[in-house]
Write a protein that binds this ligand. Structure first.
Ligand SMILES: [Zn+2]
Length: 381
């Protein structure tokens, strides 16, 4: 997630915090100190409520982190790479590379999160009970009570059966196992996800008008976040489906013109970018790709230097991210998205045979949608 900073590393996984998390930290501390704690433990000083509020909010985030760590550790053990966990205003996200290939893996990976929250709720409740009645009404017992309650709430909320919630993934894995179709399962689980999102928005608006302004707004926001995330996970799978089975070689620009590394930047701009409508040009020597130079690379160089700078000094050098012409288009799109690239050279037996850009993929999608699906490409005669 962008605009987040790293705070540490646990079990080989980077832990990051998004700036919206700080807002949540303040809001939650404030609502605990001003509302929740004075209600369940009346008669304490304002300072005590604030200290308890901040501790409660921080321990809530530790709880969320443990929930996410459970997902990540299972994912890691099942061979999926986990890059990082980021805490943000609505909770935490694990940045996991790839998707589980079997429904059983998705089921286990998803269910451990809510289970962890449930166990945490039990542990905090156990401590709360162990304190005994003489401490009831004190700050410590209030914090423990809150943590038991909020972890229970996290477990229940996350097991609701709609994407992108854990329960939605559980539902998807069950339908996936039963039907053998990931896209059918995703469609159903994202539909229930959108329904849950809308219900939360309705509930939030209702609360808002019955006087609970902040709480209502909060619930409506979570509902909106869920329904849009459900929609985008449905879109992602349908995109994968549309692109799956199409080869990179069928969509790429074949035989892109290679440029010599000694050409000046001004020549490149006029002859390649402007006259031939390109945004990226491969640089080759003897058929082997040496690097790539893009509009973005040129933009970094002041115009008065264009005449006496060769593209060799501004190009991105090999090794570059590349794809093979027999690769699936869905795989290539993932590579572009993951590394924030606009285009990628296409190789066959180590030699440059084409260039695949995001624009090529979009063009394919537009034409295939307009004409109905086009594949497979006929074998050339
Ligand atoms: Zn979870």
């Amino acid at each position: 997630m962008r605009s987040s900073f790293r705070i540490g590393r646990v079990a080989g996984i980077d832990i990051g915090v998004h700036y919206t998390w700080l807002l949540a930290l303040i809001l939650i501390s404030w609502s605990l100190a001003q509302g929740f704690f004075p209600q369940i433990a009346p008669g304490l000083s304002m300072g005590t409520y604030w200290i308890a509020g901040v501790i409660g909010a921080l321990l809530l985030f530790v709880s969320v982190l443990l929930h996410e760590l459970a997902h990540s550790i299972v994912a890691n053990a099942r061979g999926l790479r986990v890059h990082s966990i980021t805490l943000f205003i609505f909770g935490g996200v694990s940045n996991i590379e790839g998707e589980p290939e079997r429904p059983q893996v998705e089921l286990v990976m998803s269910i451990v999160g809510p289970l962890t929250s449930l166990v945490l709720a039990g542990i905090f409740y156990g401590f709360y009970m162990a304190l005994g009645t003489s401490y009831r009404g004190g700050a410590l017992s209030a914090v423990l009570y809150y943590l038991a309650y909020v972890n229970g709430l996290l477990a229940v909320f996350n097991i609701l059966p709609g994407l992108p919630l854990d329960g939605g993934r559980v539902l998807r894995s069950i339908i996936w196992a039963a039907t053998g179709s990931l896209s059918k399962a995703t469609n159903i689980a994202s539909t229930t996800g959108r329904i849950i999102g809308w219900l939360l928005i309705a509930l939030g608006v209702f609360q808002l008008f019955s006087g609970n302004f902040l709480g209502g707004l909060w619930i409506a926001f979570i509902g909106w976040f869920l329904s849009s995330a459900a929609e985008s996970s449905r879109r992602e799978v349908s995109l994968q489906e549309q692109l799956g089975g199409v080869r990179v070689g069928d969509v790429m620009e074949p035989m892109p013109e290679c440029v010599d590394s000694h050409v000046t930047v001004r020549e490149l701009v006029w002859l390649n970018f402007i006259q031939h409508n390109r945004r990226a040009v491969p640089i080759c020597y003897d058929g082997k790709i040496q690097g790539i130079v893009t509009l973005t690379d040129v933009k970094r160089l002041p115009q008065e230097k264009w005449d006496d700078t060769t593209i060799e000094s501004i190009m991105t050098r090999s090794p570059l991210y590349t794809v093979s012409k027999d690769d699936d288009l869905a795989v290539a799109l993932k590579l572009l998205a993951q590394h924030g690239l606009n285009q990628v050279p296409v190789l066959s037996e180590g030699r440059l045979v084409g260039l695949l850009s995001r624009a090529d993929i979009i063009r394919y999608l537009q034409i295939s949608q307009e004409l109905g699906i086009l594949r497979p490409k006929p074998v050339s005669r």
